[in-house]
Design a protein around this ligand. Structure first.
Ligand code: DHE
Length: 535
């Protein structure tokens, strides 16, 4: 008898003995296991339940993958009662399913106790680990034009979560040009440099990947954390900053080769450590804006040299070989608030930050004054990075779906007053438009109508059409071509598609099969910071 993979052919006679010891070992360890289980039944069961139901999203070691890390430090803002409810009923606005039908109350409780138990060894992800993860890929330095014929500014990158790939899609012919594997669980919009040649992806488990769209090749990768939130590229294309959930750090990378420039540990004014909610580039201000997840603080980090007045803190530059400056300034200006910001967006002039929090409160912060100037009447936390703005007569309005109420909120950006709540068939995740389109599109992400997509007239604020591109399948996340003539909708299914609509007639033009295409990102609309899309 042979056990494949345990013994080699030439070891066979000796392996007979090894085999006997091997079986004896199994029996003995089974006995020991039974004894151990008898003493610590809850923890062992919880561990097994965790591996069965939670590990695929939260990581075998609880360090997080597509779902957040399940460690006491990360669950600080979640009461155990609420955590119990989350496991039992799932979590609105996330992929967290309800387990009350699969697990008993006692099993849920044991899982809860397990995830609130600290790891035996606290995870470390500092300079050493980050540097060790850095990968540089061979690229041809002489290529200065795209290796394909399509308009490089009308390319879409489609993130296919179904099998963790990215498709490069020609935005004129609507034909895939190239497809490559991505890291697990990409989240948030990929960030393009100012020419649109390079793109940076962030995965929930902390990997940053830089891809060259001209050569269609990966340039470099680095893991900056155990659980990353999102990233932003500086308007001068020099730095990429990543906000982490775990560890509580901001990591600044050289956007050229993704080498580590600096780690900024995140502490609030009381010295309490915090996760990062989101980080964005505020282009005209030459600064990154950072919202803290566990403290009501908004940071502005200047990458100007020298920085403007009002900034403090000098921090060490890790680039040992930087001939330019051994110490680079990334001084931080802190804005203290009353409510935590879970996510935010800017007005088109980057004077105001509009934020949402999980409690459903919205606020407007004037960046020049450095304080809150208004409340936002939004009923539930929107996926605010999906909020968009447009001109309605003389008014500029902000529109956002809400994750707790079936409405799109329309807000006047001068008075910050709610103008209208547009009822929808369910709670929406993403909203999109284009300067050349009379319509704004919003999905119905949750509920029985999750296959519906509303099209709203930007002037009358009425729903003019409700499309159902694939009845029964979730339709979500719209993005326009660079000229605004076509709108591309995702069908979120393994057997999914990108459905292309004529943005004027609202007729289907083409359907391109894809594997759960979560998001798609048009190069031109992103680099020109179109008011109809996220940036
Ligand atoms: Fe997202 C963008 C936060 C859940 C798909 N999401 C973002 C951004 C933030 C954010 C801050 C902007 C980052 C950027 O582009 O730089 N998302 C959150 C949450 O707080 C929330 C509600 C809970 C969480 O788990 O973090 C959440 N998001 C989800 C999902 O469950 C979605 C639907 C599926 C998934 O992949 O996780 C999802 N989020 C997306 C997508 C974008 C995004 C596709 C990019 C939108 C864009 O067009 O720019």
């Amino acid at each position: 008898m042979r056990i494949k993979g345990i013994f080699k052919e030439d070891e066979y006679p000796a392996s007979m003995f090894k085999y006997i010891f091997f079986i004896a070992g199994i029996l003995l360890s089974g006995q020991l296991l039974a004894e151990t289980t008898a003493n610590t039944v809850n923890l062992s069961e919880a561990k097994a339940l965790y591996q069965k139901h939670c590990a695929a999203c939260h990581g075998k070691d609880r360090l997080g993958i597509s779902g957040p890390a399940l460690l006491p430090a990360n669950l600080k803002r979640l009461h155990k009662k609420k955590a119990f409810k989350t496991i039992a009923e799932g979590r609105v606005a996330t992929q967290m399913q309800a387990f009350s039908k699969k697990l008993s109350k006692a099993q849920i409780q044991s899982l809860l106790d397990y995830i609130f138990t600290p790891l035996e060894q606290p995870p470390v992800w500092g300079e050493k680990q980050i540097r060790a993860s850095h990968i540089s890929y061979p690229v041809d330095k002489n290529i200065s034009k795209p290796v394909f014929d399509a308009d490089p500014l009308n390319i879409f990158l489609v993130v296919e979560a179904g099998d963790h790939h990215v498709t490069v899609l020609d935005g004129d012919k609507f034909e895939p040009i190239y497809r490559f594997p991505s890291r697990f669980g990409l989240h948030g919009g990929p960030k393009y440099n100012s020419t649109g040649r390079y793109v940076y992806f962030t995965s929930r488990d902390g990997w940053i990947s830089k891809f060259d769209l001209y050569q269609l090749k990966m340039v470099a990768e680095i893991r900056v954390g155990i659980n990353a939130r999102n990233s932003a590229i500086s308007s001068d294309d020099r730095y990429l900053v990543v906000g982490n959930y775990m560890p509580n750090t901001l990591v600044i990378l050289d956007a050229n080769d993704l080498s580590l420039v600096k780690i900024i540990p995140v502490f609030d004014k009381q010295g309490k450590t915090s996760r990062v909610s989101a980080v964005y580039d505020a282009r005209p201000r030459k600064s990154f804006m950072v919202a803290l997840k566990d403290s009501p603080e908004l940071w502005e980090i200047s990458y100007q040299n020298p920085p403007p007045a009002g900034f403090g803190n000098w921090v060490h530059d890790y680039r040992k070989d930087s001939g330019e400056a051994k110490v680079r300034q990334f001084p931080i200006r802190r804005i203290y608030l009353k409510d935590i910001m879970d996510d935010f967006l800017f007005d088109q002039d980057y004077v105001f930050v509009l934020s949402a929090s999980r409690k459903g409160k919205g606020q407007v912060v004037d960046l020049d004054l450095g304080r809150k100037v208004a409340d936002l009447d939004i009923p539930g936390m929107p996926h605010l990075s999906s909020g968009i703005t447009w001109k309605r007569g003389n008014q500029t309005v902000l529109a956002t779906p809400n994750l707790k109420e079936n409405v799109v909120s329309i807000i006047d950006m001068k008075s910050w007053k709610l103008i209208k709540k547009i009822p929808t068939l369910g709670t929406g995740f993403f909203m999109r438009s284009h300067e050349n389109s009379p319509y704004a599109w919003v999905d119905v992400f949750f509920g029985k109508d999750r296959d519906a997509m509303h099209v709203i007239d930007k002037q009358t604020l009425k729903i003019v059409r409700t499309l159902r591109p694939s009845p029964g399948k979730t339709s979500a996340h719209v993005e326009f071509t660079r000229d605004g003539r076509f709108a591309l909708v995702s069908i979120w299914d393994m057997d999914g598609a990108i459905v292309v609509y004529d943005a004027k007639t609202l007729k289907e033009v083409k359907r391109i099969p894809m594997k759960k295409p979560v998001g798609k990102y048009n190069v031109y609309n992103k680099i020109t910071r179109s008011s109809g899309t996220s940036h």
